[in-house]
Design a protein around this ligand. Structure first.
Ligand code: AMP
Length: 178
C-alpha cells in the first residue's frame, strides 16, 4: 500500500463529529470540491498515483467515489464504470452484498460495463473498513475482470480497511492517511 502526499489536502477535508450517526467522524469533501485549485490538485495526484497500472476502465463508487472516478476516467481517457447502490441501474446487472456495522448493503454494476479480462481501477473517496471496495472488487471478478488497483483520497487506517484490502491481494494507493 502506498500513500502519496503531494500537498496538505487535509485542510480541505474537515471532520464532522457524529455525522451521519453518533460516533462517526465524517470527513467532508465539500470544501475540497469548492476550491477549484485543490480539486484539480487532487485529480492530478490521483492521475500520478495510477502511474504504472495499465488501466482499461475506471470504476467510481456511489456516491463520492463517482465524483473522483468520473474526473479520473476523463483524465486517463478511459471508460467509466458507475458502481451504484441496488436498484439504480437498469438490468442486466451483477450484485455484491457487504456487511455494515448494523445490517448490510449492496452494490451493482451493469453486466455490459466490464468485459472478460478488463483491467479495472477502483476509485472511492474514503477507505474506512474496506467493505465497500471489497464488494466492488467482487463485482469486477463476477464479470471475469481484474482489479488493477485502488485509488482513494483518504485512508482512515485506524479502521483497518486498507489492511483488509491488501490482505485480499489488492494494490491500494491513497493520497492521505489518518
Ligand atoms: P467502508 O466500506 O467502511 O470502507 O466505507 C467506505 C465508504 O463509506 C466510502 O464510500 C465513503 O464515502 C464512506 N465513508 C465511510 N466512513 C466515512 C467517513 N468517516 N467519512 C466520510 N465517508 C466515509
Amino acid at each position: 500500500m502506498t500513500t502519496i502526499m503531494t500537498r496538505n489536502l487535509d485542510a480541505w477535508l474537515p471532520s464532522v463529529a457524529d455525522f451521519p450517526r453518533p460516533g462517526v467522524q465524517f470527513r467532508d469533501i465539500g470544501p475540497l470540491l469548492a476550491d477549484a485549485a485543490a480539486f484539480a490538485a487532487t485529480i492530478d495526484a490521483m492521475v500520478a498515483a495510477v502511474g504504472g497500472w495499465s488501466v482499461q476502465r475506471v470504476a467510481g463508487i456511489e456516491s463520492r467515489g463517482l465524483i473522483f472516478g468520473t474526473a479520473l476516467a476523463l483524465r486517463l481517457g478511459k471508460s467509466l464504470v458507475p458502481v451504484r447502490k441496488p436498484g439504480k441501474l437498469p438490468p442486466p446487472v451483477v450484485r455484491a452484498n457487504y456487511a455494515l456495522e448494523y445490517g448490510s448493503d449492496g452494490l451493482e454494476i451493469q453486466r455490459a460495463s466490464i468485459s472478460s479480462g478488463d483491467c479495472v481501477l477502483l476509485v472511492d473517496d474514503v477507505i474506512a473498513t474496506g467493505g465497500t471496495l471489497l464488494a466492488a472488487a467482487e463485482l469486477v471478478r463476477q464479470l471475469d475482470g481484474q482489479v488493477c488497483g485502488i485509488v482513494a483520497l483518504l485512508d482512515i487506517s485506524t479502521l483497518g480497511g486498507s489492511t483488509r484490502l491488501a490482505a485480499a491481494g489488492l494494490s491500494v494507493r491513497t493520497l492521505l492517511r489518518s
